[in-house]
Design a protein. Sequence first.
Length: 89
Amino acid sequence: MMELNKCKRCGAFFVSTNSVCPNCEPKDTMELAKLKGFLAENACPNSMDALASNTGISVKNLNRFLQQEDFSAIASQLELTPPIQTNLK
Ligand SMILES: [Zn+2]
């Protein structure tokens, strides 16, 4: 049976195990590269809003990207606690 996913960027339904549809995949890839590049060259801003305005990536997409393992250090700096560990300060 085919499994339909809803794209996290545009809301389109598509068949894949990815979180975004094939149309949005290049945008995700580009923004992830931009985010990694920014973080490699700059100190992490102290808020999501600052990170969003510095990278041009929406807060919504940043939230999604920062859930990836690669960004766990950044996520904890920004106090984005993963869903499994709440209220740990
Ligand atoms: Zn999409």
